[in-house]
Design a protein around this ligand. Structure first.
Ligand code: EPZ
Length: 417
């Protein structure tokens, strides 16, 4: 298993360009199942989770090709409307094919994702939404079996709690349902809007994406389209936190500051100097950092996927920072590894109390999940001496060549195969 070896203490400087958003690419690829025509997608990041989704689409019967940075998906016929356990167990977002398959084929068999390091993460709300659109759903042998032989029927569905992939899954089902669907308490994440933009290009009729109420008027068929996905706001936030902790001067390019308002506001409160334009953010930090409390929330609140990275940053800030995680019940695994590097963090239920600044020392640490591994990289960049991070396959799931991008900004990081 690959490891990262990082020598800390070098301020990040210069520019880093971000990739397309993993959490947009996944539903956007699944949406290609809704049409028999080819869909051309740009900026799809060549990361491990995308390779899993492409494998799943091929298993289902679609042809996936990549040429000159364009991924083309052609689901002319669907031989196996199924997401097998072997693929779903490696990436729970595979359940995003459930809605499109039921809508397109009238049936789907999708393995239940099972538990995850950061929480239980059931898909009961996805299923309830499909049932509201008239699907008959049963669970057998670890699989969800959904059927709508006469097609789906538009309806009004209100999510009990906001779910990002739940909203995307139901949206992708509703575009081919008869009549109107109203999705209330919908997720407002930029990735949801990006899926809606693609579906609209494919011929769907959608209003209100990005708000809590989405209205969909079903159509009988969708066509192909060309679409460039949005930049990765979580990757952007990860690099901003890395620059801040190293007291650097970094410009992150190809990003969208509008997608990161909550983070930018918090970083400014730490004392970081931030300037931005339409597609880049420059961060400069000199001297001390102030401790700032954060509470994770659904968009446009502070993203849970940036909580671990911000915690690493707060280990170097003056004072006490209280970090409250409201989305996932078990998303503090990184705190224990940061403590091994010398951080002073006390966990209390859904809160982490970070006292800083501390002197971080290089150590051998293990990544437990995707974003936790990013926080260990950030801490290692500020630590004295050498850090070895094990199980970096977690980070490869969603970050494209992170070590080369960071090294390009001066970081002393290398991958040990
Ligand atoms: C998406 O996961 C992202 N993944 C996650 O990013 C992100 O952390 C999360 O949204 C929250 O922003 C993708 O987009 C592929 P949810 P998702 O459904 O959709 C509960 C990363 O690091 N819930 O919004 O699975 C659930 O357990 C990943 O890139 C139910 O109870 O998250 C959680 O507590 C990690 N029943 C809460 O809702 C359901 O049917 C929000 O989860 C669905 C969700």
């Amino acid at each position: 298993m690959d490891k990262f070896v990082i020598q800390g203490g070098v301020p990040l400087e210069g520019e880093i360009a971000v990739s397309g958003a993993k959490n947009s690419a996944l539903p956007v690829l699944a949406a290609c199942l809704l049409t028999k025509d080819p869909v051309n997608l740009r900026r799809i990041p060549p990361v491990r989770d995308i390779a899993t989704m492409e494998k799943l689409l091929s298993h289902i019967g679609a042809r996936v090709s990549r040429k000159a940075g364009v991924v083309t998906v052609e689901a002319g016929t669907i031989g196996h409307p199924e997401a097998p356990y072997e693929l779903v167990k490696t990436m729970r977002a595979s359940s995003l094919v459930l809605g499109p398959l039921v809508a397109r084929c009238g049936r789907a068999r999708v393995s239940l994702p099972g538990g995850c390091a950061i929480g239980a993460r059931p898909i009961n709300l996805h299923v309830a939404g499909l049932e509201r659109l008239g699907a008959v759903v049963k669970q057998e042998h670890g699989y969800i079996e959904a059927e709508a032989p006469n097609g789906l029927q538009g309806a009004h569905y209100t999510f009990d709690r906001i779910s990002v992939t739940g909203t995307e899954d139901l949206l992708m089902a509703a575009v081919l349902a008869r009549g109107e669907t109203i999705i209330d308490n919908a997720a407002r994440e930029p990735e949801v809007v990006d899926v809606a933009d693609l579906l609209t290009k494919m011929g769907a009729s959608i209003e209100g994406a990005g708000t809590s109420t989405i209205r969909v008027r079903g159509v009988s068929e969708l066509g192909g389209a060309d679409h460039t996905i949005i930049p990765d706001r979580i990757e952007t936030g990860t690099f901003l936190a890395a620059a801040a902790i190293t007291r650097g001067d970094l410009t992150v390019t190809g990003c969208n500051p509008e997608h990161l308002r909550a983070l930018i506001e918090k970083l400014r409160l730490t004392g970081a100097d931030i300037s931005e334009n339409d597609c880049s953010i420059r961060i400069r930090v000199k001297g001390k950092l102030n401790s700032v409390d954060v509470t994770t929330e659904e968009h446009p609140g502070f993203a849970t996927d940036l909580q671990a990275q911000f915690m690493a940053l707060m280990t170097q800030a003056e004072g006490i920072a209280i970090i409250t995680e409201t989305i996932f019940e078990n998303r503090f695994m990184h705190a224990l590894e940061l403590a091994r590097m010398g951080a002073n963090i006390r966990l209390d239920g859904r809160q982490a109390i970070v006292a800083g600044p501390c002197s971080l020392q290089g150590a051998q640490v293990i990544a437990s999940d995707h974003r936790a591994s990013a926080s260990l990289v950030i801490a290692a960049l500020a630590a004295q001496g050498e850090t070895t991070i094990d199980r970096v396959y977690h980070i490869d799931r969603g970050y494209e060549k992170i070590e080369s991008k960071l090294a390009g900004a001066g970081a002393r990081i290398r991958r040990i195969k």
